[in-house]
Write a protein of this length. Structure first.
Length: 368
């Protein structure tokens, strides 16, 4: 009997066999990995990855791009991710979906599906998205969004631009629907949740805020205990105090750390072009020339450290937001926790919460 035996970590021993977390006790035949007092955590699951390793999914939605993005983020503990396509034409969306299918069939490590962020969003909350790409969620679009043959499909849309029936048709087809880049009012957002919207994309950013007479999307989300909320914890997208307040008003197990990462993650180059606009990293965030936020230069390792330092979370709480919550949101029931029978997607963090090594299905790679 051979396998991996992780020992001497903060959270105890764990055995891996056949790419899965095992329920058996350690054996003398196992390869012992001494964690040196560090942490063994479930691999991070990032639902919003626009790019990394100097490539952007929109620029070249190919299997090669997906592999390069995955490799760039794996260095920072991400073992599952959704390549994210920012608002674009239906033809480009089709190409991107087919590339994801090919990547999954080819066994590209980490790719779990696709996130289509737009183009069914609000011009009033467009952020860096190109309004020339925005369109109505019609029958052709619904058919396309419902057609991924492998992996999960996450769609971010503005509920005010579609009907409850549109949302129900998507969810009936297995599409996960999130609200984002939306100026919806509280009542519209409540109806959208009832129709099948299960979460929001980057809470607080690009959505109607919580007002004392108009609670908006933020208020509707915090009041709905079932809604998942992606959060970008870089200290710039959202003030840490606002996130701490939100966590007092909403179940913590419904928050998910996301990066909204751009090509600069895992790259020495800190400028890139997004749909004709020059984007630069300034003080750790990606911005247009006019200062509009345009994604992030954040990786999941840093997001976890920030969640501990800025939000006052324990490592276990931050880890769940980086793994368990997104796994539940996406329905990836084979990963996200250190439970026997789950995939051995693991990462070793040292006492300073820096990645020492990463395993995907028990296979080591991208050690730092």
């Amino acid at each position: 009997m051979t396998g991996l035996h992780f020992t001497n970590g903060v959270n105890g021993d764990l055995v891996v066999e056949g790419g899965l977390i095992a329920s058996r006790p350690p054996s003398s035949a196992d390869t012992v990995i001494d964690l040196e007092g560090g942490y063994l955590l479930p691999g991070f699951i990032d639902t919003q990855v626009n790019g990394g390793g100097d490539v952007l999914f929109n620029d070249s939605p190919t299997i090669e791009t997906i592999a390069r993005i995955g490799a760039a983020h794996r260095r920072y503990g991400t073992t599952s991710f959704l390549p994210t396509l920012i608002s674009d034409d239906l033809d480009k969306m089709d190409v991107a979906m087919r590339a994801v299918e090919q990547a999954i069939e080819a066994g590209i490590p980490g790719v779990a599906g696709i996130h289509l962020e737009g183009p069914f969003i609000s011009a009033a909350r467009k952020g860096t998205h190109d309004p020339a790409k925005f369109r109505t969620l019609d029958d052709a679009a619904i058919a396309l969004l419902s057609g991924l043959k492998a992996g999960r499909t996450l769609v971010t849309l503005a509920p005010e631009t579609c009907t409850d029936d549109d949302i129900r048709r998507l969810t009936a087809a297995g599409v996960i629907v999130a609200a984002g880049h939306t100026d919806a009012g509280f009542d519209r957002m409540e109806a959208a949740f009832a129709a099948g919207v299960s979460g929001v994309t980057h809470l607080f950013n690009a959505m109607s805020p919580l007002g004392h007479r108009a609670p908006g999307v933020v208020g509707a989300t915090l009041e709905n205990d079932r809604a998942y909320a992606g959060i970008i914890v870089d200290g710039r997208h959202v003030a840490p105090a606002a996130l701490r307040i939100a966590m007092r008003a909403h179940p913590r197990d419904r928050f998910m750390l996301v990066t909204d990462a751009m090509p600069t993650v895992g790259s020495a180059t800190k400028t890139f072009t997004l749909q004709g606009k020059t984007i630069r990293v300034v003080d750790g965030v990606c911005v247009e020339e006019n200062g509009t936020l345009a994604g992030s230069d954040l990786d999941m390792e840093t997001a976890l450290r920030n969640a501990v330092a800025m939000l006052g979370l324990s490592v276990a709480e931050a880890s769940f937001m980086a793994s368990g919550a997104p796994a539940a949101f996406l329905g990836l029931h084979d990963r996200g926790t250190l439970t026997p029978g789950r995939r051995a997607d693991l990462l070793w963090l040292d006492a300073g919460l820096r990645v020492r090594a990463v395993w995907q299905a028990g296979e080591s790679g991208a050690d730092k």
